[in-house]
Write a protein that binds this ligand. Structure first.
Ligand SMILES: [Zn+2]
Length: 387
């Protein structure tokens, strides 16, 4: 979508206004029209318009409504100021924009284990919004004479002719790296986020669990490829420890103990298979292995989990992986929730280990269950070559 210079020029001019102290945003408050903050909001409104109509927003109305409901419960009086979009991107990330637009990536939903953990992340982002951290960040950047960078950002944001064209996913990563809050802002958002979740009745002890799980994943993966959220939200063992201590204080003060794991698992389940497919396509096998182990413990649709464990081995393809995959597919098919594709995958790994008879049986079963399968012709051709 092409926009005009009109948005860019006022923001650049307004950005030269004097720095003012920042107070919390009140519920329902909008920045004064002649402020630099209004410029940031205007940019965010345009960005929201593009994002909300993009194909990245998860179309499942149930899941969107659920995440919004949790956000509202945590945001309380600010519920009407926050708009949440769930984006189908297989990384752990959540962010809030100056105008109250909040985005949650599906990679986060797959890693979070219960509603309280989701509430912790949403509370952290709502805190950034209430404390107006983005305008402080903007003014700091300006004071550091980073206007060249900001000018470039506005070019990106405006769709000015001649500005570099980058796709939506690239823009998301780009803006995410620009709206990097300071360590002090992060600490403040952690603290206020905990207060918000506990006030809504959620167990604050669940907040550090997310960080511990992410650190575990990071350690299992190649350190040179940090997760996006971790690269924009500095993490450390010290941070997890601080959260743990804060959580203990809040918990004893509020008795908040709601986790709502069952409800969370149930809400995610219709989309879980798609999200695991997205995750596996990233080929971060050690990390996916940890995710599957956590999901297995919820005991929801165990056949689906075993199927994806098999897929992990089939796609990784190390020595012995075809045999391992076959075991998981066979187990998946004895449990509830395995998709018909488990038979197709079993056929593929059976072929790989030279078991043609087993492969034929599995493929036939797959076609019985999925008569309209896209790959029917290919599979029938394979079957026709066998006695
Ligand atoms: Zn943050």
């Amino acid at each position: 979508m092409k926009r005009t210079y009109a948005v860019v020029v006022p923001i650049l001019l307004i950005a030269c206004a004097a720095t003012r102290p920042v107070q919390d945003l009140a519920a329902g408050e909008r920045p004064a029209l002649d402020s630099d903050e209004a410029g940031l909001w205007m940019w965010s409104d345009h960005w929201e318009e593009d994002l909300s109509t993009s194909g990245l927003v998860v179309s499942d109305p149930g899941l969107n409504a659920y995440v919004r409901e949790v956000a509202c419960r945590v945001a309380q009086d600010y519920c009407g100021d926050i708009r949440v979009y769930v984006l189908e991107i297989p990384h752990f990330n959540a962010s809030v924009y100056p105008n109250g637009m909040m985005v949650v990536w599906t990679g986060l939903l797959l890693r979070v284990q219960n509603e309280a953990q989701l509430a912790a992340v949403l509370g952290h982002e709502i805190a950034h919004y209430q404390r107006r951290h983005s305008i402080t960040g903007w003014r700091d950047a300006r004071n550091k004479a980073a206007m060249f960078t900001w000018g470039q950002i506005l070019l990106y944001a405006s769709g000015v002719p001649g500005a570099p064209l980058i796709d939506l996913a690239g823009q998301i990563a780009f803006f995410g790296s620009i709206f990097k809050f300071s360590r002090d802002h992060e600490r403040e958002a952690d603290r206020l986020g905990l207060e918000l979740m506990a006030a809504a009745g959620y167990d604050p002890a669940e907040a550090p669990v997310i960080w511990e799980a992410l650190i575990e994943e990071q350690e299992a993966e190649d350190e040179s490829q940090p997760f996006i959220f971790i690269s924009t939200h500095p993490h450390s063992d010290e941070r997890a420890a601080t959260l743990k201590q804060l959580a203990a204080e809040h918990r004893s003060a509020t008795n908040a103990d709601v986790t709502e794991q069952g409800r969370y698992v149930e809400q995610l389940l219709p989309l879980r298979g798609t999200l695991l497919e997205d995750e596996l396509a990233q080929r971060r096998f050690p990390s996916t292995d940890l995710i599957l182990e956590r999901l297995r413990q919820t005991n929801a649709a165990p056949g689906e989990i075993e199927f994806f464990q098999g897929e992990l081995y089939r796609l990784r393809g190390d020595s012995g992986d075809a045999e391992r995959a076959g075991e998981h597919y066979r187990r998946a098919l004895t449990l509830g929730g395995a998709p018909a594709e488990a038979y197709r995958s079993l056929g593929l790994v059976s072929r790989r280990v030279g078991d043609d008879a087993g492969a034929c049986d599995a493929f036939r079963r797959y076609l019985e269950l999925e008569p309209e399968a896209d790959d029917r012709a290919m599979i029938e051709a394979f079957l026709a070559m066998r006695p």
